[in-house]
Design a protein around this ligand. Structure first.
Ligand code: ATR
Length: 274
């Protein structure tokens, strides 16, 4: 049994809508596993200014930040780490004695998920999508001297990201002849309930290519099914989700996150929501 008393530390997630967010279950399981007197709640809100005032006033120790607040929160913070500044998105806030600092743990999450499956430096990578997650992953891969190509449905957003990385942009409907070592799918196409959709043409899925989808619901998207069928190595979005959360846990508590316990909790929750 966990105790909630005057010493309990409060954490949470802010976003709108939050839907079936898996973060509360994951973080509360982690707190309990390492014996911390802390709770993590879901705050579904459009009012990011008021949220941060509340965080300061109530001494909330840490927040996860999700859509639509990841960029809007930046000017409200006392400090933002360089990586999050470059990405233009904060997904984690740490409150140290009233000073709020913003971080982006998506890049670390993606990196840890890719490590062990693919030898990253200097790979030729196709990133599908140009939203916040794509930006986080693309800047991380650029730091590892990967050769990047950005593919996106809307030209403006794709070209903007490609220009900030100094790499080529290809419209999503023209990617069928691109040769790559690694494909990273960052759009919402194929996510539950639209599980029969796949944004990548099958002829791009050649043997020897590694394909990562950042979607984790379902765990095996149509893209990953096709990739597996064609002899590609595949990586689901579960690892990135867990590892970005593990990095948040480390930033908030200074402790290594109990990754296995967190993974089990998220898998269980996914089974229940499907
Ligand atoms: P996140 O921050 O989670 O990455 P986002 O900023 O909303 O989310 O980005 C969503 C990405 O998914 C964008 O690249 C978007 O493409 P557009 O720039 O053209 O909007 C892409 N996306 C969303 N729905 C899509 C669809 N049906 N087909 C193709 N791309 C889609």
């Amino acid at each position: 049994m966990m105790t909630i008393d005057q010493y309990t530390d409060l954490y949470g997630i802010v976003g709108f809508p939050l839907g079936h967010s898996l973060s509360p279950g994951m973080h509360n399981t982690a707190f309990r596993a390492v014996g911390l007197n802390a709770v993590y709640l879901a705050f579904e809100t459009r009012e990011i200014n008021d949220c941060l005032r509340g965080m300061r006033a109530l001494g909330i120790k840490g927040l996860s930040v999700t859509l639509p607040h990841k960029s809007a929160v930046i000017p409200l913070l006392d400090k933002v780490e360089d990586r999050a500044k470059r990405i233009g998105a904060v997904n984690t806030i740490v409150n140290s004695n009233g000073r709020l600092k913003g971080y982006n743990t998506d890049a670390v999450g993606a990196l840890r998920s890719l490590q062990g499956v693919v030898d990253l430096p200097k790979r030729r990578c196709l990133i599908v999508g140009a939203g916040g997650a794509a930006r986080a992953i693309a800047f991380m891969l650029k730091e590892l001297d990967c050769e990047l190509i950005i593919a996106n449905r809307s030209k403006e957003r794709g070209e903007e990201l490609a220009a900030s990385l100094g790499c080529p942009f290809v419209p999503l409907d023209e990617i069928k002849d691109i040769k790559t070592d690694l494909i990273i799918q960052t759009t919402s196409v194929g996510m539950h309930p639209d599980i029969d959709q796949c944004p990548v043409p099958e002829n791009l899925l050649r043997k020897g290519t590694t394909v990562m989808d950042i979607i984790y619901n379902p765990l095996e998207t149509k893209l990953l099914k096709l990739a597996k069928k064609n002899g590609c190595r595949t990586i689901s979005g579960l690892g990135m989700f867990i590892y970005q959360g593990a990095e948040q846990f480390r930033l908030w508590t200074g402790l290594e996150a109990p990754v296995e316990v967190m993974t089990r909790a998220v898998k269980r929750a996914l089974k229940n929501t499907l």
